[in-house]
Design a protein around this ligand. Sequence first.
Ligand code: NDP
Length: 293
Amino acid sequence: MTAEIIDGKKIAEEIKNEVKRDVERMRASKGIVPGLAVILVGDNPASQSYVRSKGKACEEAGMYSVTERLPVDTPEYVLLEKIARFNTDPKIHGLLVQLPLPKHISEDEVIRAIDPRKDVDGFHPVNIGKLVIGQDTFKSATPAGIQELLIRSGNDPAGKHVVIVGRSNIVGKPVANMLLQKQKGANAVVTIAHTGAPDLRPYIKSADILIAAIGKPEFIKGEMLKEGAVVIDVGINRVEDSSLPKGYRIVGDVHFESASKVAKAITPVPGGVGLMTIAMLLKNTIKAANQLS
Ligand code: NDP
């Protein structure tokens, strides 16, 4: 068996085009331009690159975007003041603070300071609570991207056994909560596996849909999978590769070559889940603009 590739690039483009049409419609019918503010503290290169991509994607979609760059030694109260200002700025419908933050700033305090109605990252405890009890809310972008990839690639999770390896607050737990809801595009039987499992193999082997969010390069091999499983690889790991000019390459948490011989469908890394995150963030910003106007 050679797995079908779930093309994150194509699906993310589809979503971005839908967002663009929604932006045009909002502008024409309500005179509103959806606006996203991103606050970046410090000069972490990966964060800088994510923030640049978010701004560019907003522009391409015809949205208003503001990026506030603060020095690494910014006191917490200054950051909280900036958040308070964006919370009341009528041009801003979505607001996020790029994580991780420098050690002297409490991520919990910062997330709680964001108006839940503008929390397009879906990290505010109010929005997480709503997600858990199945109420409409901002679904955090990476897990929402995973759900969307499954639906749009024709791999509806309904009735399937979904096994998620990894229980982080940004991927494992929210995607589990999304997929177990008694809702369209969900209604799966969900298992979350983690380092507490004495042996991961029986869990992985029983997965109709496997979601790997571990952060370990090529950890899951083809022989560990059930024949015909659908594999969603969330991992983004750098491994040394002296044959490349940059000296490294990016791989997922799944060993692509062996897994694609066993799986029915698989997301590549890069080119899979990673590209969905910004598309879903834009979608959340449109939702916020609709709800606030
Ligand atoms: P975390 O490090 O926060 O969580 C990793 C999870 O994997 C933990 O729950 C951990 O278990 C579990 N785990 C680690 N090693 C093992 C093991 N040997 N056996 C079983 N479980 C294990 O990672 P994130 O969730 O933030 O990210 C996961 C991956 O996804 C990373 O590669 C990251 O770069 C990528 N990522 C990609 C995004 C995107 O595409 N846009 C966005 C976010 C993340 P325990 O809790 O027991 O320690």
